[in-house]
Design a protein around this ligand. Structure first.
Ligand SMILES: C[S@@+](CC[C@H](N)C(=O)[O-])C[C@H]1O[C@@H](n2cnc3c(N)ncnc32)[C@H](O)[C@@H]1O
Ligand SMILES: Nc1nc2[nH]cc(C(=O)O)c2c(=O)[nH]1
Ligand code: SF4
Ligand SMILES: [Mg+2]
Length: 214
């Protein structure tokens, strides 16, 4: 059984594929935080910007088979009649708690390219077309290669230097978003300064938040 918080059609907001039309599948649950506010400060990941608890979001629910979930997600893609490759982003919560080879195969059967946003602590099934790893604090990485490494910055316990040598096509820093405007401005300035001083790293802004889309 797959547990999905929500699913929606939007533009990828972050990283190397920002701007690309995408179906998002947000799985419920995470191995680094319960999702409860009272647990946030003691969690291995304490800055999460996402509600991934339950299955009550738009197009969310429980799906008994890979085919049932793949049909549900494919129906969110517009009828592009072959002019654009359909694209699905599995995120969460932590998608690698639930994503398996059967679901990837079912999305491929619908003609989709499959992308994943993961915290990198769990092994990944084969067949993922675009792997984005976003390390969190001191948590050990099970995934040390992929397409993009997208580090939320600043994290005192996860400095970029620790990830610079890993085998990713792109290294991004994404300013940490908080509920405090002044902190956000400082995070953007610090991220810009780091990228200027260390050109391996590129700036990733969360463009969906800037544009006000999902
Ligand atoms: C909500 S996470 C879900 C996927 C996976 N659990 C992970 O952490 O990569 C999706 C993306 O949002 C990023 N993110 C989460 N909270 C953020 C925040 N407060 N500011 C900036 N990016 C954030 C994560 O690092 C990750 O790249
Ligand atoms: N538009 C948009 N782009 C995104 N890229 C990664 C997201 C995520 O929450 O994983 C996300 C999201 O929630 N919305
Ligand atoms: S690992 Fe990802 S989903 Fe889990 S709490 Fe951190 S940012 Fe949120
Ligand atoms: Mg998000």
């Amino acid at each position: 059984m797959y547990h999905v918080k929500e699913a929606f059609y939007s533009l990828q907001g972050e990283g190397a594929r920002a701007g690309r039309a995408s179906v998002f599948c947000r799985f419920s649950g995470c191995n680094l935080w319960s999702g409860r506010e009272q647990d946030r400060s003691s969690a291995a990941c304490s800055f999460c910007d996402t509600d991934f608890v339950g299955t009550d979001g738009q197009n969310g629910g429980r799906f008994a088979s890979a085919e049932a979930l793949a049909d549900h997600l494919a129906a969110l893609w517009p009828d592009t009649a072959g002019v654009a490759t359909p694209y699905v982003v599995f995120t969460g919560g932590e998608p690698l708690l639930q994503l398996d080879a059967a679901l990837i195969a079912a999305m491929h059967a619908h003609g989709f390219e499959v992308a994943v946003e993961t915290n990198g602590t769990l092994p990944a099934p084969a067949g993922i077309d675009w792997l984005c790893v976003s390390p969190k604090g001191t948590t050990p990485l099970a995934l040390t290669a992929g397409d993009e490494l997208k580090l939320v910055y600043p994290q005192p316990e996860a400095p970029p230097e620790r990830f610079a040598e890993l085998a990713f096509r792109y290294h991004f820093l994404q300013p940490m978003d908080t509920t405090a405007l002044s902190a956000n401005e400082e995070h953007v300035s610090a991220t810009v300064a780091y990228c200027l001083a260390h050109p391996l790293w590129r700036l990733s802004l969360q463009t969906h938040k800037i544009t006000g889309i999902d």
